[in-house]
Write a protein that binds this ligand. Sequence first.
Ligand code: NA7
Length: 869
Amino acid sequence: MSTSTATPDVDVVVIGAGFTGIYAIHRFRDRMGLTVHGFDAAADVGGTWYWNRYPGARVDIESVHYSYSFDEQLQQEWHWTERFPAQPEILRYLSHVADRFDIRKDVTFGVRVTSATWDDDASFWRVTTDDGAVTTGRYLVSGAGTLSVPKVPDFPGVETFAGRTLLTGNWLEDVDLTGQRVGIIGTGSSGIQAISEIAKQAASLTVLQRTPNYATPIGNHSTDPEQEAAEKAAYSDIRAKSRNHFLGVPYDEVQPSALAVSPEQRRAVFDDRWNKGGFRLFIDSFADLLLDKAANDTAAEYIRERIRERVQDPATAELLCPTGYPYGTKRPPLETDYYEAYNRDTVTLVDVAANRIDAVMPQGVRLADGTVHELDVLVLATGFDACTGPLLAMNVTGRDGLRLADSWADGPQTYLGLTVHGFPNFFMVTGPQSPSVLYNMPLAIEDHVDLIGDVLAHLAESGHTVVEPSATAQDQWVAETNALSEMTLLPTSASSWYMGANIPGKPRRVLVYLGGAPRYRAICEDVKAGGWRGFAVADSSRGLETATPGQELDPCFMFVAETLRQQQFPGFRAAGVETARAVVDSFVGMQAPPQRVAAVSEHSYGPDPEQRLRVYRPDVDGDDGLPVLFYVHGGGFMAGGLDVVDEVVRDLAVRTRSVVVSATYRRPPEHRFPAAHDDASAALRWTVGHACEIGGDGHRISVAGDSAGGNLAAAAAVQAVRDGVHLTSLLLVYPLVSPTAQTASREQFAKGYVIELDDLAWFGEQYTSSEADVRDPRLALDTLTAADLAGLPPTLVITNECDTLRDEGEAFAQQLRAAGVDARAQRFEGLAHGAFWMSLAVFGCSDQRQAAADFLVAQAARDRAPALA
Ligand code: NA7
């Protein structure tokens, strides 16, 4: 029985009182009128900036950007003393914001959440804290942070150390290290910041380094009053630019490729970004540093050179030069005088990769070769169980007793890095698989909290109380996140916390969404604009079982759709013929670099300049005639051409090891029906007649086409069969079957799915001149009789779930089967029209092309078999 009317203690429980908790409480309580209660293990607000008070702790993003944007007065009134402020100043800032918005009154400090369990009957969360209290809340929002569970390495004997052990991630007091013999394990961002400061105080500092880092200068300085005034005057513009930048900072000097410029130009860019500081070298120099190893090598070598310039002892310098992994695949630290610290007599660098730490003893650290480094203080700067650690530490249990730890046994599974299937009303601010640490945190946090606010408002408006992402939407998001990571060099780093690789036993999965803030924000916009795509809402969590989620769409397509929306593309009809053609041609921009083939030649099959063919011969050994694939491009009959499908057909040539003949044709409105149909047939006849000449096997010719090209290909195949030509197979990729088809998918996806219903109508108007044209069986394939279709070869119809043309394609496959043709339809979930062309923009494109290739290869093999027997 649903008891969703059971009243929880509060509407929203917020975990954490750092940047997230403070804003979330303000947003939900003061702007939405919800009741909210927060918990934090700390004694006060601050989150990360509460717990990390080690010497040198400092933010790596400029203060003007690393601050809240939600309140204009706040951002105008607050004054930062430094470009990159140190921990105490950031903590003061957060305390000020908490005062200003009276946050503390709704937070219980000094208690840690020990479990959070969804109550299926009451449809709310029960949150237990370590003081034994249980608080119920309809919604659970985690602001537990991404780097808040320190990793404490289990060196044998660590508890026997007679001196003081300090953990950078849990360092709450000022510690005077003057005159002390200090040892530090860890040279990540925390270690590097701490080393620079401790070196100034300690009697001796022994740095136990396992992996050197690519640290670059932060470029800190006191705030320049003129710059501050200028920035404050332009703050809203700056924030907008930040949100439109990969990292959430308004850097704007990135160049496309480190390999596209001369060594001198490259050096000038690196020098400039090095001198400007911050993350400019990493993010604002060349866009391919994280994508191309050769490009990355240029930056890595540059940094190594700079390290060698700064460190006096050559052997120490070499030890500090990272070589085993690409720059940026571990989070690059920023530093002030870090490398100069090693020029002090009191600082010693020890290579614990070559000579591992064996144990901690009462007097210090012992290495594998028996050397003992005697210490008074041991600093562990050993990092964090990042992104998933803080969430898993809370023992979250969702619907039907599903534990988050089990759901994530193979790595995080989320939708948008914000929600999890099986965990109703649970939101993770900057959760795993969101841009989080790669998107300027305060802005990433505000975006997420605002998005949650919008979800809650949507629930209230729709009269529901429970929301959860669907399993399909989640799977698609996980696939998008992993696919993006595979495009980068990140997985090549052996110990990066970005990949969970710093924690023994942790699944090696990318923890951060690598598409950047603008793409992520566009997808979230599309989720909203599409009626909360991928989310199911209900009155109780039991109701979620049967609730239908908002239409799931592949995240890549959400991005494409939102981009079109933001460009205010008015649709093809309003754009007109020339613009429509240019738009279709511009789809090239969504394609991967074209595959290499052995030869490409161009031919005419008629007198009109548009009656052209391009023949692609793959790089395949052997003199046997290769299977031939005749391909007709789409584009609403009136757009598209050989260039826009060049990448597509090259890929098919390589995947299928076939000679591909790509055909274009006379297009309307200059040439109306049946010009394109006549041309497709003529081009196929040319292909049959020239098969041997172009290196093909005349007995193994397959016919294919996409969209309007699918219509032309099918009609040409029917004609060819009628003419007695033997065809091997027919591939129809989301074909237009009839201009007048009336199907559910045409209604359902009429607007907002790349090709709109009105576009189809307009294409038809351009091509046909009369009712008779519209009903002509060459165009209206659904009017073909069983006798017309009977001789067609085995056919695969590829359809996309979110495509106006989906149902007619699938119906055509049925029509073929009814006529005795070996035909089937294969539907791709979450994809929309045009995916087959979008190899770069839409990851699912590759699956679709592979399905096409598998079919074509199997048919070509089958057709050849009897001859061999
Ligand atoms: P990091 O970047 O994870 O660095 C941790 C460091 O500790 C790193 O140098 C590790 O070496 C070292 N480490 C960890 N365990 C060991 C053991 N067992 N033996 C030797 N050395 C070890 O954490 P940070 O706190 O510096 O920075 C985390 C983030 O906070 C930072 O990226 C910013 O976003 C803010 P390894 O590289 O694993 O060989």
